[in-house]
Write a protein that binds this ligand. Structure first.
Ligand code: F6R
Length: 244
């Protein structure tokens, strides 16, 4: 137990470090299972993975992936869907097999069955070897917002009015077009990963990073549960880690 923290100069350095870790994992276990995230923080990492795959340094042909989350009601090819984000920023540019990539289905007719199936597929692959996470300003991980029970697996969440308001810029500025719910791995799913790697960049993450990892473990700060994970590593730039 105990958190490992790595402070690096820039977001690009954070991306390279995370890419080194993924590269080592894939070389050690070519059929490893990676848990992936969307958002802006993982982008330098994904650019590195694409470059290293093109150079022949990383072979994704046997790698399996499971993403954290997806908006309810968005088709895979919707410009704001997390499936599309993953295709455009990673999957379309590496030699991963499409059938080995998993993102919760935003259009599932029976969401409960889809959640059970998602958990079963992760288990059938032997569990997640390395789970990548970003952190929200309120301490959310995946779409697990403050107050969410720690013991949930993949489930549906109602988006907070603040989240809907913040996201409307991606939906023609129209609140009505923003999904009101999302599907996310739960804290339990995340905690079951063998290794968890969180990336954090920028001054605006400094307060929450301090609160999550030097404050009490509480559902009010979902990321704080990672203090209890046996193999958790936080990699951040100087700004994000400036208060610790
Ligand atoms: C993304 C996700 C979110 C983000 C978080 C931070 O799949 O689940 O929890 O990791 O909102 O986002 P960025 O990296 O854009 O600051």
């Amino acid at each position: 137990m105990g958190i490992k923290m790595i402070v690096l100069n820039t977001p690009e350095d954070v991306g390279s470090f995370a890419a080194d870790l993924f590269e080592l994992e894939i070389k050690a276990r070519p059929a490893c299972v990676l848990g992936l995230a969307t958002g802006s923080t993982p982008l330098p990492l994904y650019r590195q993975l694409v470059a290293r795959c093109k150079e022949g340094r990383i072979d994704f042909s046997r790698v399996r992936t499971f993403n954290l989350d997806e908006y309810e009601g968005l088709a895979p090819d919707h410009p704001q869907s997390y499936r599309r984000f993953m295709q455009e920023n990673l999957f379309d540019h590496i030699n991963i097999k499409p059938e080995n990539t998993h993102v919760p289905d935003g259009l599932a007719a029976d969401p409960e069955a889809m959640f059970a199936d998602y958990e079963r597929q992760i288990a059938d692959c032997g569990g997640v070897d390395v789970q990548l996470l970003g952190i929200g300003h309120d301490g959310h991980i995946g779409f697990n917002e403050p107050g969410e029970a720690f013991e949930l697996g993949t489930h549906c969440v109602d988006l907070k009015p603040e989240t809907i308001e913040a996201n409307k810029r991606f939906f023609e500025g129209n609140e009505d077009l923003v999904p009101k719910q999302a599907y996310t791995m739960g804290i339990k799913t995340i905690m079951q990963a063998r290794k968890v790697l969180m990336v954090a960049n920028g001054k605006d993450k400094a307060e929450i990073v301090k609160k999550a990892f030097f404050g009490p473990v509480t559902p009010e700060v979902p990321a704080s549960i990672l203090q209890m994970h046996p193999d958790f590593i936080l990699v951040g730039d100087e700004e994000a880690l400036s208060l610790i």
